[in-house]
Design a protein around this ligand. Structure first.
Ligand code: UD1
Length: 366
């Protein structure tokens, strides 16, 4: 069985890691790792390879940054050559980034089977580039691995045949549970002069929050109020840092007395920071899931989420990007702590094993 695993951007790395480990336990599986190079900085990619024990990519496409069409097209052109040369039986793509769609589309057109891990999530907001990537990747995939029952319902509604869909749990949580103890051993808090349970973590990188000066300025005003109540640490995504400079907002944010700005952090430092935070403010998808498992309150600065289970069962609150929602909800959490949490079904560290079991059961088709 010849499998190509694809990664492109930071959030792909923690999702593919447990799948690679699991596939490696089966001697008749030959796997290659292709990195598209959508994310290329060491602190967006290299550090995760080292900390998660990922093998070096066998093939690096080096596509880099660009507009959506250019980036997607560049991945497709390069990946077509890889498929022609390597002739795999199956391509595994994860998540919802441009590399996910580009490789799924290329493989499907060349008659190579596609497995999509984290299928069926929907924000029902097509202004998000990831929503387009999710819908199209799911249409193309032959094996759709889901993290929750809602995802199965979404796929059913879109007419995806039931026999292609497998509810297996959450590979991102496999990785979190595997690395949690090692993360807590690190001196991350001391390095940033933070005390356990007495700080908040902020991450923002969605175009809808950080590409528009007025919107981003409003969020910074809210953070300015909040950091008076709770010191904040904010690792800056490259898009966010670049926009802060271009929109002339950097000094406004950096001059807040209880705000620490850092470069993007590695997996273990960031997991340590999240684990011991009083609350987390984010527009990331994965962090909504991770905070649910860690039992740390999460404020999602978006109008919608493709991960509603983190609200109904987890610690997530959808607050939008307005001052009222951010401050009111933060105050409520500071006063009352987290809401009760149920661990979502199958978010138990075994998702990768279930995925590989399904693939091996179907191996005559591969
Ligand atoms: C991408 C994903 C998003 C994911 C996020 C996680 C898409 C459409 N978006 O968004 O779903 O949540 O990754 O980080 O695929 N840059 C660097 N160094 C890097 C990578 C990017 O400086 O290593 C800068 C470049 O200026 C680039 C910008 O960041 O233009 C944005 O990168 P890009 O890959 O286009 O999208 P993200 O915003 O990172």
């Amino acid at each position: 069985m010849n499998i190509i695993n694809v990664v492109g951007a930071r959030p792909n790395l923690m999702k593919i890691a447990p799948i690679i480990d699991e596939l490696a336990t089966h001697p008749y599986v030959r796997q290659l790792l292709v990195h598209t190079g959508q994310h290329y900085d060491d602190n967006m990619s290299g550090v995760f390879f080292r900390e998660l024990g990922l093998p070096e990519p066998d093939i690096y496409l080096g596509v880099g940054s660009g507009s959506h069409a250019r980036q997607t097209a560049a991945v497709m052109v390069a990946f077509e050559d890889v498929l022609a040369q390597k002739q795999p039986d199956l391509v595994i793509v994860v998540g919802d980034v441009n590399s996910t769609l580009a490789c799924a589309l290329t493989a499907a057109k060349m008659g190579v089977l596609v497995a999509h891990v984290e299928a069926g999530l929907r924000s029902f907001d097509r202004s998000m580039p990831e929503e387009i990537n999710r819908i199209l990747t799911d249409l193309l995939a032959d094996y759709l691995f889901t993290t929750c029952a809602e995802a199965n319902q979404n796929l059913r509604r879109e007419g995806i045949p039931e026999e292609k869909v497998f509810f297996v749990g959450n590979v991102m949580i496999d990785t979190l549970l595997r690395h949690r103890q090692a993360a807590l051993q690190r001196d991350t808090l001391a390095r940033y002069s933070l005390a356990p349970g007495q700080y908040g973590v902020v991450t923002l990188h969605r175009p809808s929050n950080v590409d528009n000066g007025r919107q981003f300025g409003d969020i910074i005003d809210s953070l300015a109020i909040l950091q008076e109540l709770l010191p904040l640490i904010f690792p800056l995504h490259p898009r966010t840092r670049q926009n802060l400079r271009e929109l002339d907002l950097y000094l406004r944010l950096a001059s807040l007395p209880h705000m620490t700005l850092t470069e993007p952090l590695g997996y273990l430092d960031f997991l340590n920071l999240m684990s011991q935070a009083r609350l987390v403010l984010t527009d990331s998808g994965g962090i909504q899931e991770e905070t649910t498992i860690l039992g740390v309150p999460c404020l999602t600065l978006r109008p919608n989420t493709e991960r509603p289970i983190t609200i109904t069962e987890g610690t997530n609150h959808l607050v939008g990007a307005g001052k009222h929602g951010i401050i009111e909800t933060s105050q409520q959490i500071l006063n009352n702590g987290s809401k009760p949490v149920h661990r979502p079904a199958l978010w138990d560290g075994q998702a990768a094993q279930r995925i590989v079991d399904v693939l091996l059961r179907h191996r005559t088709a591969l």
